[in-house]
Design a protein around this ligand. Structure first.
Ligand code: NAD
Length: 242
């Protein structure tokens, strides 16, 4: 038991900070790639507290469609390689994604900065108290919280506070190695989290658009898709941790 603990303690801490591009190869559309629209909707109409107040049925339908798509999808090679990395390193994932593909690939430590679409919470004033796992893909107007309010998706909408931000900053601040993958770094405050990784001796950013992303000079930019990029980073990490 003690030996196991010491082994884990001595492992390098690898933090993966992922965004929508992480799941693109699983067939889940990213957000920024489509003319400012998210699956043909303006963000203001489906992913804000105002949208919920104006048309909760439209918002519920939008997230039902996203949930259905996510449930039909499977983790891609990059999700699986990150999960495999746990054999060599102490791996922590901070994801902006609301899908659960990291978990389904087998990763143990996943912090969802923007919530998890498989869960719902109250739309009333005490919404951070309890989360309910949704059975299947569909939430309807009849699904109420025990407090009597309608259930809404457990996701952070634009304009809302990010309750997991401090925990995420703590995780990043302890990184020996940081891998940023599939994020445009345009959504705030999430994008600012990469600045907490000041202890990291190795920083990578993987994205087809990596060369145009604004990061400090100590990042190694890998311009490519998630699985291709992770393959390359894994070869380097194996040398660092062995
Ligand atoms: P974004 O859509 O703003 O940026 C996606 C990034 O992924 C882009 O830089 C793009 O070049 C890159 N990309 C595209 N294909 C890729 C591939 N095959 N491999 C690697 N990278 C690829 O995403 P974001 O920065 O995460 O911000 C969007 C917000 O919308 C997030 O906060 C998230 O909550 C939400 N969102 C989530 C999902 C999901 O859960 N899968 C999907 C869409 C949007």
């Amino acid at each position: 038991m003690i030996r196991l603990f010491l082994y884990h303690y001595s492992m390098k801490k690898v933090v993966v900070f992922s965004g929508a591009g992480m799941s693109a190869e699983s067939g889940i559309q990213t957000f920024r790639d489509s003319d400012g629209l998210w699956e043909q909707h303006r963000v203001e109409d489906v992913a804000t507290p105002e949208a919920w107040r104006t048309d909760p049925d439209l918002v519920t339908k939008f997230y039902n469609e996203r949930r259905k798509r996510i449930l039909e999808s499977v983790p891609n090679a990059a999700h699986r390689e990150i999960s495999e990395l746990e054999k060599l390193a102490d791996v922590h994932i901070v994801t902006q994604n609301i899908d659960d593909l990291h978990e389904r690939a087998g990763s143990s430590n996943v912090l969802h900065l923007h919530g998890n679409i498989r869960f719902a919470k109250s739309s009333g004033p005490n919404q951070e108290r309890e989360y309910f796992e949704i059975d299947g893909w569909e939430l309807t107007h009849n699904d109420l919280c025990p407090d009597g309010h309608r259930l809404r998706p457990h996701v952070v909408w634009f304009g809302e506070a990010v309750p997991a931000y401090e925990d995420a900053a703590e995780v990043l601040s302890k990184a020996d190695i940081l891998i940023v993958i599939g994020t445009s770094l345009q959504v705030h405050p999430a994008a600012g989290l990469i600045h907490y990784a000041s202890m990291a001796t190795h920083k990578y950013i993987i994205d087809p658009n990596a060369n145009n992303l604004s990061v400090s000079n100590d990042f190694i930019k890998i311009a490519g898709g998630a699985s291709e990029g992770i393959d390359q980073v894994m070869r380097e990490i194996q040398k660092i941790v062995s």
